[in-house]
Design a binder for this molecule. Sequence first.
Ligand SMILES: [Fe+2]
Length: 424
Amino acid sequence: MRDQWMKRAGIGVLAAVLLAGSALLGGCGQRADAGEAVITDMEPEALRQVVASDNQHGRTIMWQQIREETASVEYRTEGGGTIRSVQAGSRLLKGNRGEPDRYIYEARLDGLEPGEAYEYRTRAGNHVSPWHRLTADDGGAFTALIFPDTQSQDYGVWRAVAEAGRKQAPDAEFFINMGDLVDCGQDEYQWQAWLQGAGDLFRTMPVAPVIGNHEAYSLDWKMTLPERYLAHFTLPDNGDPSLAGLFYSFDWGPVHFTVLNTQAEELREWYPDLFEKELAWLEQDLSGTKQPWKVVLMHRDSLQYRIASRPERKEGISPEGEIFMPVFDRMRVDAVLSAHLHTYRNRGHIYDFQRDARGPLYILTGVAGDVRYPNLWTNHALDVTVAPQPETDNFLTMEADADRLCFRAWLPDGTQIDEAVLTK
Ligand SMILES: [Fe+2]
């Protein structure tokens, strides 16, 4: 199927011929071809929703295909109504590891009505995809899914955890991936396995990705620009075109999410002042939001754990924690989620590097792939809850309303392993 991106109409192809019954609205240069016959045989591969900065009014739609052509995204309120159209942009992503060159398509929808249920499809000429569900954030209570590191040899593991998450939280409105999405960031075969692993999740639920160190590894395991991560996700604008996609923020319901980049080490050659610029942006971002809740997502953890075989490595605060935790304290961040260590740990509230209810809740989110580190980490004095050992995969749900945040950690079989509640 990888080489069959958009089967065209022809004898033997089962194609539904429909009439686009309503006028297509103007804006973004689209046509107004009311009543034109369309053929529902477009098969956009890895069709996905990506979070926008303001998800009450916006959403980004992306997909990939072998051929380059003029394409658009059409959307309407669920079940009918006026069809709106947004021209899609495309850019070439060279293939490798047996994967062909592909064009990555993107269209940014705006002007959505908060809380409205929509459906969207892709279009090229008179060929369209089936409609898929898209729901605008209503600004109120929501449930989200959170998946820790998914890097794997076999991405079927990621598929199983994703399916378990959907089963646990069928009403989840979006999902977060905490970084190290793939094992080798420049390996397109892995990206395709990862994209296809999430299956239907991507089409109906937007993703909020976090960049991890493995996104910045080359095929020969050297540090490199995370070109494929940046190609596969068009992310909200952070105000600096030279750092586009490397860190960003978005709002959902009553929560402001700030998505950091902890890859200063990997990206030093290209962005020697990444953390300096990111810190300035972080202060501005956190001080600029009026949302009741502030949640930070970062791949590397703020704490440092001991490893029994490396006595020189001390328990304490990580280099990233030293840099960012004082800002979290000062800006009154409510919760900080991290990943990277492939272990689930709830460390409770930390302020000024110590146990203190005034500080954010720090959760290390675990692992959702097949790269495991059994018995590697020594427990930290700040650990409150540690997942059952040796660890298997897990995911989290997050329930939010204006007064309460609830994080729950789950094993794929539905066993709850932790719960943390914050109230205002
Ligand atoms: Fe990592």
